[in-house]
Ligand binder design. Structure first.
Ligand SMILES: Cc1ncc(COP(=O)(O)O)c(CNc2csc(C(=O)O)c2)c1O
Length: 461
């Protein structure tokens, strides 16, 4: 069981956090550190920090804690002696898999595979999942262009020294405001903050505009439909333009909700049309569910809300799934060994945890819970933006995957700081949004508790 509410003993960060930040500051850059945590004492929706402050966590490690801290079902995984060797001996899964790998993947990841997906490749994190998904798209595209899967001797030779035709001039179309990771390929499709990009070489790949919707949505239906049509036209223009300049678009990558970019939404119709555009132009279609996946939008996969007739080609995941990886269609199965590969290819212990998480989600009907607490959250945010119109706007969300805009970045940061000292851990995104990322065990009473504390913080601004 967890606690019945926050309990604050010091300002956050408290004295012990400050001391530890100094110590860690001797080793790493600590500017991004918020405070130090006592993960042993943390429980359910409550994160306890090193100074004994107990806070309601509505950020959950950048949306990566699925069923709260120290859930008994996960403790059980650790205390089950059958799992001991899995925690001690980390296999190179691609070459020497453990005997229970097929069973664990079938019971875990494949039991929640998006419609149309029969294959899954595990990885360690979101970036390496997307990085390898991009490679799978490029290989698929070249095999389509070639008409078979055997690169010529000239392609093989030139590839070793980074030259075409072996290293083909292909591109991936991404969207302004998109975030797909920090490694070089992913970074070339990430367009959020300059500090994440500056000083790193990139590729000349097309970047399409993402719809800028006006809120409240019901008052701007026509304008928003026009804005979405404009963006889709731009996508087609860019695909044609990059084809003409000899750098054809092999794949399109997009998030169901642009999270780092500021929780930017588009209509389900926009996404259905985008999927069709990819099909029409022979581009692979990659849905990045690293942050939206795992149930927080009320569906296990956020893109399930779109009602695609023609499934995506690739769906990548990480965070709440505890392991990284990507589902893909048969056509994207590597055609030769050691093309999509690395030492560990993820971590089998995460598959053990995930199998238990999925059982808890089913047993406790957590997706129904998310829909109920999400309704409380969103209605509460509508009320608060009506009460504080000089501070708040654009309340939005799907399930508990909600957000609200604050007047400006400084006010947003001050509000997050003030809420934290009242016992709620929040995170920002975009220039001036606050994004809400509670765990799946965040119930209606947690939502009411959060809204009351958030209101107190707003009243003091
Ligand atoms: C939609 C989406 N795709 C890929 C990634 C990259 O995942 P990681 O490499 O961080 O595991 C993320 C990671 N999210 C994230 C939140 S803050 C952050 C950062 O690096 O600042 C990264 C994501 O939200």
């Amino acid at each position: 069981s967890e606690f019945d509410g926050p309990l604050m003993r010091t300002e956050v960060p408290g004295p012990k956090s400050r001391e530890l930040t100094k110590q860690l500051g001797q080793i790493q850059n600590v500017i991004a550190v918020n405070f130090f945590c006592n993960y042993e004492a943390s429980r359910g929706n409550y994160l306890v920090d090193v100074d004994g402050n107990r806070m309601l966590d509505v950020y959950t490690q950048i949306a990566s804690i699925p069923i709260g801290y120290n859930h008994p079902a996960l403790v059980k995984v650790m205390t089950d002696s059958h799992n001991l060797s899995a925690f001690i001996n980390r296999p190179a899964l691609g070459v020497l898999p453990p005997d229970n790998l097929p069973e664990k993947l079938n019971a875990g990841l494949l039991s929640v595979a998006p419609r149309g997906m029969t294959r899954v490749q595990t990885m360690a994190c979101g970036s390496c999942s997307n990085e390898n998904a991009y490679k799978a798209m490029f290989i698929w595209y070249r095999n389509q262009q070639r008409g078979h899967t055997d690169p010529s001797p000239e392609e093989l030779k030139s590839s070793v020294i980074n030259q075409s035709p072996g290293c083909p001039d292909l591109s991936i179309l991404s969207f302004m405001g998109g975030f797909h990771g920090r490694t070089l390929g992913c970074l070339a499709t990430t367009h959020t903050k300059a500090i994440q990009k500056v000083d790193v070489p990139s590729f000349d790949w097309p970047i399409a505009p993402f719809p800028k919707l006006q809120y409240p949505l019901e008052e701007f239906k026509r304008e928003n439909a026009q804005e979405e049509a404009r963006c889709l036209e731009q996508v087609e223009d860019l695909i044609e333009k990059w084809g003409k300049k000899g750098r054809p678009v092999a794949g399109i990558v997009i998030e169901p909700i642009q999270a780092e970019g500021g929780d930017n939404h588009a209509s389900f119709d926009f996404y259905r049309k985008l999927r069709e555009i990819a099909r029409k132009h022979g581009c692979a279609f990659h849905v990045d569910e690293v942050q939206t996946g795992g149930g927080a939008t009320g569906r296990f996969w956020a893109h399930e809300h779109w009602g695609l007739d023609d499934p995506a080609d690739i769906v990548s995941f990480s965070k709440k799934m505890l392991t990284g990886g990507y589902y893909h269609k048969e056509d994207f199965l590597p055609d030769k060994p050691f093309r999509i590969f690395n030492t560990w290819l993820g971590d089998q212990t995460k598959n053990l945890f995930l199998t238990e998480v999925l059982k808890v989600i089913k047993r406790e009907r957590l997706l129904e819970e998310v829909k109920r607490s999400g309704k409380v959250m969103l209605h509460g945010l509508y009320e608060l933006q009506a009460r504080y119109p000089h501070l708040l706007s654009k309340a939005r969300g799907l399930g508990t995957f909600c957000a609200i805009d604050v007047r400006d970045e400084t006010t947003r940061n001050n509000l997050i700081f003030k809420a934290r000292n009242k016992g709620v851990v929040l995170g920002g995104c975009g220039e001036r949004s606050i994004r809400f990322r509670p765990a799946l065990v965040f119930k209606e009473h947690h939502a009411h508790l959060f809204l009351n504390i958030f209101n107190e913080a707003l009243a003091e601004m």
